[in-house]
Design a protein around this ligand. Structure first.
Ligand SMILES: O=C(O)C(=O)C[C@]1(C(=O)O)C=C[C@@H](O)C=C1
Length: 417
């Protein structure tokens, strides 16, 4: 159990004792955005990764200053322990409140979004066997839990083979200063869960995470269910909701482990539209790992440019193609600081153009000269470039049959930290 930390409540992190599966859940940390990405090149991240043989050039080795002049953050873990004299005044932080990362005793604390039984919990267990998985109610909270040293790592979904990208996490990667230190690919095997004794014909509603609903869209129709579909924060929370409220007309789409945890019955198994349903998660840490060349590595970058120019993407892709570097993913998101640009078009009028941030994953380690050279070239024509991380690729073969790796005990870590 994490130590209770009490200061003023600019942040609110609620923890509570639950069943043996849920040590505590972190909820809604409210905090102003950390520094944005105003510099033209994000040297802090980029240099840290570019230095392939030395330790990172920036120092994240100390916990954040709580209530200090360089941050407005403070945190409050509940159950709150008020001052020893029984008043409501905050108790000063002590050294034991700020446990050193990454290890606490021998247990790594890994934040994930959702409640126990969520696929993200299974991904945390796959990435870090024997970790202490810490449920968070939002993706952003998982980021902040790591930034505030409440967790050592966060494991977050970024894309699914059927549902596509999880855009929220792309945006958060940019807004926060964490580094990608690994990836894990989890086969996702969905079940339709109901209260014991309920038959499919009684159902009028199916609830789940929007990604899970999307991944089962056709199968739900094929099952002949006459149901409405409603979005929930995560698959396991939907299962918990059905169980806690005794809902006999509602089914949840979730894992077999969620069925076990919340005493629900599986009425349909493997209801994802394609048996090869896989979600890719990234592992995040305060420090980057040192890139290596002794195993396959992937590198994730994000970039933008603020000048006119139609050929930016062509130039970037060429920089990789000329060096025979394969790309595994390209994604664009609205430019956070300037989503629209007005373009004055030679007396013809004023046009509005959308502005983007581009995310690319490529198959090379930042320890390789060809990757360093590609990025050096890309820097020439981008106004902003950040290396999000250079990390070992998950090479585990996908098992498309049988139940998912929904238990937290399977072992396949693709982080070298
Ligand atoms: O709801 C869950 O169980 C999650 O872990 C979230 C999530 C997602 O965000 O994509 C993870 C894996 C599956 O693709 C479905 C949902």
């Amino acid at each position: 159990m994490a130590a209770a930390i009490n200061t003023t409540a600019a942040l609110q992190i609620r923890t509570w004792q639950q069943n043996p599966h849920r040590l505590f859940q972190i909820r809604s940390i409210q905090r102003p955005d950390p520094a944005g990405f105003s510099r033209s090149v994000d040297w802090q991240s980029t240099c840290a990764i570019l230095s392939s043989t030395t330790k990172a050039t920036h120092d994240h080795s100390s916990p954040p200053v709580i209530n200090g002049s360089n941050t407005t953050t403070a945190l409050d873990l509940v159950p709150t322990v008020v001052g020893g004299n029984g008043n409501n005044l905050p108790k000063p932080l002590s050294i034991t409140d700020l446990s050193p990362a990454p290890m606490h005793g021998s247990t790594l604390r890994v934040a994930y979004q959702g409640v126990p039984g969520a696929y993200s919990e299974a991904a945390a267990g796959k990435a870090y066997p024997n970790c202490e998985a810490i449920p968070c109610d939002q993706f952003e909270v998982a980021f902040q839990a790591v930034e505030l040293w409440i967790a050592d790592r966060a494991v977050l979904p970024v894309e699914n083979s059927l549902g596509g990208s999880i855009h929220r996490n792309y945006d958060l990667l940019l807004r926060h200063r964490l580094h990608i230190v690994g990836e894990v690919q989890l086969p996702v095997h969905h079940c339709l869960l109901v209260l014991p004794g309920v038959r499919k014909e009684y159902l009028t509603r199916v609830i789940s995470h929007p990604q899970a609903l999307a991944q089962c869209e056709h199968t739900l129709t094929a099952l002949g269910l006459n149901v409405t579909r409603e979005a929930f924060d995560d698959t396991a929370a939907a299962a918990e909701y059905v169980a806690a409220n005794g809902l006999r007309n509602t089914a949840a789409i979730a894992s077999a482990r969620a069925a076990e945890l919340y005493n629900l019955q599986i009425v349909a198994d493997g209801i994802q539209d394609d048996s090869g349903n896989v979600t890719r998660f990234v592992m995040l840490a305060r420090e980057p790992i040192i890139p290596r060349t002794d195993r396959p590595f992937k590198t994730s970058i994000v970039f933008a440019h603020d000048r006119e120019g139609t050929s930016l993407l062509f130039k970037v892709l060429s920089a990789f193609a000329f060096r025979d570097i394969s790309l595994t993913k390209i994604e664009s998101r609205p430019h956070r600081n300037r989503p629209i640009r007005l373009v004055d078009d030679a007396n013809v009028g004023t046009a509005k153009r959308f502005e983007y941030m581009f995310y690319i994953d490529f198959e090379a380690s930042m320890a390789e000269p060809r990757a360093q050279n590609a990025l050096a070239e890309i820097q020439e024509f981008t106004s902003f470039l950040r290396v999000l991380g250079s990390y070992p690729m998950d090479m585990t073969p996908w098992s498309t049959t049988g139940p998912p790796s929904a238990s937290s005990s399977s072992s396949s870590s693709s982080s070298s930290d």
